[in-house]
Design a protein around this ligand. Structure first.
Ligand code: SF4
Length: 380
């Protein structure tokens, strides 16, 4: 978290800033020092990435709800201006106990805090809860209401897109989502290729579907790995040109292939090792090239599904906050210009064999042997 904070990559107070002054209070190191945790994991996985935490002071006496990992520490911490680690542990347990995503919940409460600050939500609306940035007690009260869909929680339970549509008064300008999915705890004004991925992905702002630009700016194991896909040189974080778009498209295909396998992306297998594992388990004598085609089919079909359900190129966008220059810190002045994003989107459409309106061409579907899917587009 320290490292992310120093480069402006910690979304803070509803993505207004990229730097949180109290980062040391909520980091994993502090968690290990003042609370302690064990690492657990899914069955047979050697990575064991799941924290197991007990915090009796917050009435968390059952570690099966896990402990907060990075996304949760940042979404309920910096993004809500909260520096109370125990409150974040409690928020994590409430979310996991109620099958609520911690990113969406933290971003939605951060959004509500900004509404409260701007007078769009009042004490009347919140039932007397002072929903200010940094108020950890208020954060937990509202999270409980979301879990029960009670009072203000009923409005917020559907996330920032629908809440902003109901509240109006310009709140959509700081509702941080794409296609209704709240953004993960990574700053697109730093990682601009990640921002492009958020804009064009069928799922919206999913931080696991594209690329994290900071991995490919200098010599690194990640840079070595993408040489297998033909990307031989570093690419700057704020580049949205053809090489970055092409790298995003390749990794997006690969990640979609991994999703088709239902394989956790944290398991650090490279391209060829993953394919060897698939061959060993299934007997399917496949290749990385063929695997990428599987991923691409998934992307094309998800795109067609979205179009059939009423989405269009209009929804391939980023929230206004990401087009607003960062006010301070390491990224001061950084933003993604609307024109740069449009250009990146057009390059991506070309790369994917889509029209200028973002619709898969018949020839693209034929090439992938899913021409039957073009029927879904015929009567629109
Ligand atoms: S790396 Fe993935 S499979 Fe392994 S413990 Fe973590 S979430 Fe589970």
């Amino acid at each position: 978290m320290d490292a992310f904070n120093s480069i402006g990559n910690i979304p803070t107070r509803n993505f207004r800033d990229g730097f949180f002054e109290d980062i040391n209070n909520i980091s994993a190191i502090t968690l290990s020092e003042i609370i302690g945790y064990k690492m657990e994991g899914c069955s047979t996985c050697p990575v064991r990435c799941k924290k197991a935490v007990i915090c009796s002071e917050m009435d968390i006496n059952d570690s099966s709800y896990g402990g907060p990992e990075y996304e949760t520490l940042a979404s309920f911490g910096a993004n809500c201006g909260v520096n109370d680690l125990k409150a974040i542990i409690a928020a994590n347990a409430i979310c996991n106990g109620n099958s609520i995503d911690t990113i969406s919940a933290g971003v939605t409460i951060g959004f509500a805090m900004e509404c409260f600050e701007k007078g769009i939500l009042t004490l009347n609306d919140t039932g007397g809860i002072k929903l200010e940035f940094g108020n950890s007690e208020a954060m937990l009260q509202v999270l409980e209401l979301i879990a029960k869909r009670q009072d203000i929680g009923d409005l917020l339970a559907d996330g920032v897109l629908r809440a902003a549509n109901t509240l109006g008064q310009g709140s959509d300008s700081f509702a941080v989502h794409v296609k209704g999915l709240e953004m993960g705890m990574h700053e697109p004004r730093l990682k601009q290729g990640l921002g492009l991925g958020y804009a064009v992905a069928s799922l919206g702002a999913d931080h696991n579907t594209g690329l994290h630009d900071t991995r490919y700016v200098s010599k690194s194991a990640d840079l070595e790995e993408i040489k297998a896909l033909g990307f031989m040189n570093p690419i700057p974080v704020n580049d949205l040109g053809p090489r970055k778009v092409s790298l995003f498209a390749a990794l997006h295909r690969w990640n979609n292939f991994q999703d088709c396998l239902v394989k956790c992306i944290f398991v650090p297998f490279n391209f060829s090792k993953t394919v060897r594992a698939v061959s060993a388990i299934t007997g399917w004598d496949t290749t990385v090239y063929e695997a990428m085609k599987v991923g691409e089919r998934a992307i094309q079909l998800a795109r067609i599904f979205n179009i059939r359900e009423g989405f269009s190129a209009k929804e391939d966008n980023l929230p206004p906050r990401i087009h607003t220059p960062m006010p301070g810190g390491h990224l001061k002045g950084s933003h993604i210009a609307q024109s740069d994003l449009r250009q990146g989107i057009m390059l991506y459409y070309e790369e994917m064999g889509w029209t200028k309106d973002g619709i898969p061409k018949k020839s693209t579907l034929e090439k992938l042997e899913i021409e039957w899917a073009s029927e879904c587009l015929e009567n629109l």
